[in-house]
Design a protein around this ligand. Structure first.
Ligand SMILES: [Fe+2]
Length: 244
């Protein structure tokens, strides 16, 4: 990054890049889905509860586990802090310091919820599980509320800042780095949430990038995933626009 990039440079085209909103759409969909399952789960039913807690998962040492919602939420903060925040901190250090502090608060809540889920599963009485399930739902709602407020803040404050101080190729390079360091199972887990969460314009842009840059087997896997997950009418429109 150069000084010219920090100031935008004379005559530079306004950047349109957005490293946050698309992945945040995926994370919001995950949160909405999990929230819906949590508030309707029968915690007296051990089998159903075990499936739910397994999907929540508690092993942050293997945060790359593909099916684990809390892991994906936690790992997203790591991606931001390792790739995007070091550059952004050079232009707005106070905001980035506060966002990192919010990440730590979210991680604390995630760990508490994962632990509470496993403690609940170890309870013998259905009555105790029902009581603990109500508490788990309250704790998860606090996490989800804080997580959504945090993402809103990044979109309102950080996205315009990034556009002001970084070019689209620079933001594209950051995005490439995040995707490049992501294990394939986590990438596809995120895409499984992201593809159906995007509108037709965003999907067209994303799939055009895959078509232009991804090896044919990867493009096929992503296309198959889109066909399976995205609303059929929206996916047909994307295929037509992209030429898939
Ligand atoms: Fe964040």
């Amino acid at each position: 990054m150069t000084g010219q990039h920090l100031t935008g440079g004379p005559g530079r085209l306004a950047a349109k890049g957005d490293l946050f909103t698309p992945i945040h759409k995926a994370l919001r969909s995950m949160i909405y889905s999990l929230s819906g399952r949590l508030q309707t789960n029968d915690f007296a039913d051990v089998t159903a509860t075990r499936t739910l807690v397994t999907d929540l998962e508690n092993d942050f040492a293997v945060a790359r586990s593909a099916g684990c919602t809390l892991c994906l939420l936690a790992q997203h903060a790591v991606d931001e802090e390792s790739v995007v925040f070091p550059s952004a901190a050079r232009v707005e250090n106070q905001l980035i310091t506060e966002l990192i502090s919010e990440h730590h608060g979210l991680t604390r809540r995630e760990l508490e919820i994962a632990k509470a889920g496993h403690e609940l599963l170890a309870m013998d009485s259905a009555e105790a599980r029902l009581r603990a399930g109500a508490q788990l739902n309250l704790a998860a709602n606090l996490l989800f509320g804080a997580y959504i407020t945090h993402m809103n803040r990044e979109e309102v404050e950080l996205v315009p800042l990034m556009r002001e101080h970084f070019s689209d190729p620079e933001m594209g390079a950051m995005q490439g780095k995040i995707v490049g360091q992501m294990p394939p199972d986590r990438l596809f887990a995120i895409l499984g949430w992201m593809l159906p969460a995007l509108n037709v314009t965003e999907l067209t842009g994303l799939m055009s990038t895959f078509k232009a840059t991804a090896p044919p087997p990867v493009l096929k896997s992503v296309t198959d995933l889109g066909a399976a997950r995205v609303d059929p009418a929206r996916w047909d429109a994307v295929k037509l626009r992209v030429g898939l």
